[in-house]
Design a protein around this ligand. Structure first.
Ligand SMILES: Nc1ncnc2c1ncn2[C@@H]1O[C@H](COP(=O)(O)OP(=O)(O)OP(=O)(O)O)[C@@H](O)[C@H]1O
Length: 339
């Protein structure tokens, strides 16, 4: 199903999360709309981390929020363990959604400032009927698991914690619901560099201990490469390329992926070494308006390879090799370095 943009590496497995033809649009005034996500397809397999990479404004957060139905997408399908979330209403949706939790970029503002840590972590427990005598024990265990001392933070409010501690509370709160999918939307972007690695390690550990699948949304190429098994590159709401993260810097061929790699010094050295003269990336320019995206290939206005065909015909996502898909008229398997 490469032509439909489906990215499914281990064909025999049932995905935990399947997204088909996802469209997210935001009306602006009477006539216009922001085309935030335009026909996204993905399969997330058990235990894998899928990175979604792209510049600010490419639609990463809109996609992640639409997976959660916060708000529901304009159209398309979101199947979680085979259950179609877009058709569920209120109570059923809350229950189904407990299996998919989201960690946001700004942990402080995603916590109710008036509530204490104990109550913040307890939020949502009622969905699983864990209220009652063992609730405090579960909360203590959850705090321990994310590296917080329950005795120290129990009665604290978010403003009495650091950003990293607030993100740990958010992770504890999410894990309390025993999700199978965790959507992490730029979970370290607002944190000090010294704390970022700790939170990334905690997410890795939580993934293993809770048998989670992760969708990891970020604009930071190095962070996405390090934490993900596969990377999906998004540009103006469309998928450009999907490939195993281990091959991101050596085998990526879409001109947009190469542009992103060129912005990372240690990766651009490798990219330049594998790049032919005709595939040099252009310097960064402005993202076109998502109110009126370019016709055909949305990247064509910034692409060094663009031709008339790119304006007339939208490239379809097609397979170049195992787990490697690209949507570009001008690259094929022969462009993928083999070394
Ligand atoms: N509620 C909204 N109303 C109108 N436009 C929106 C809304 N939310 C997002 N957008 C627009 O949709 C487009 C995609 O935004 P989105 O936040 O999904 O991108 P992103 O890749 O996650 O970027 P960032 O990392 O900056 O959040 C942007 O043009 C943004 O301005």
């Amino acid at each position: 199903m490469a032509g439909s943009g489906t990215v499914h590496m281990r064909e025999s497995e049932q995905p935990v999360l399947s997204v088909r033809d996802l469209v997210v649009e935001f009306p602006v005034g009477r006539r216009q709309k922001v085309h935030a996500v335009s026909g996204l397809n993905l399969d997330l397999l058990a235990g894998e981390t899928l990175g979604i990479l792209g510049e600010s404004g490419c639609g990463k957060s809109s996609a992640g929020r639409a997976f959660m139905q916060m708000p529901p997408p304009t159209s398309g399908s979101v199947l979680l363990h085979g259950s179609e979330l877009t058709r569920l209403r209120s109570r059923e949706l809350r229950r189904a959604r407990a299996k998919m939790q989201m960690i946001m970029q700004d942990p402080v503002s995603s916590l109710n400032p008036r509530r204490r840590v104990r109550d913040l972590v307890a939020e949502g427990l009622s969905i699983w009927g864990h209220e009652g005598e063992d609730e405090d024990r579960l909360i203590r265990e959850a705090l321990h698991a994310v590296g917080l001392e329950p005795e120290v933070v129990w009665n604290r409010r978010p403003h009495e914690l650091s950003g990293g501690q607030c993100q740990r509370v958010c992770i504890a709160r999410a894990l309390m619901l025993k999700p199978s999918v965790l959507i992490c939307d730029e979970p370290v972007a607002s944190l000090d560099v010294s704390v970022q690695a700790q939170i990334l390690n905690l997410l890795e550990r939580s993934k293993r201990s809770h048998l989670l699948s992760l969708v990891f949304i970020a604009h930071d190429v190095a962070v996405v490469k390090n934490i993900s098994d596969r990377v999906m590159v998004l540009y103006l709401g469309k998928t450009c390329e999907v490939l195993p993260s281990a091959h991101l810097d050596t085998r990526a061929v879409h001109p947009y992926t190469r542009l992103l790699l060129a912005s990372v010094p240690e990766m651009s050295e490798i990219s330049e070494a594998t790049e032919s003269g005709s595939r040099q990336t252009q310097p960064a320019t402005e993202l076109p308006s998502p109110l009126d995206p370019p016709s055909g290939c949305r990247f064509r206005t910034r692409c060094p390879l663009a031709t008339d065909r790119c304006a007339a015909e939208e490239p379809v996502l097609r397979g170049l090799g195992p787990g490697h898909f690209v949507a570009c008229h001008h690259v094929d398997a022969a462009h993928v370095p083999t070394a």
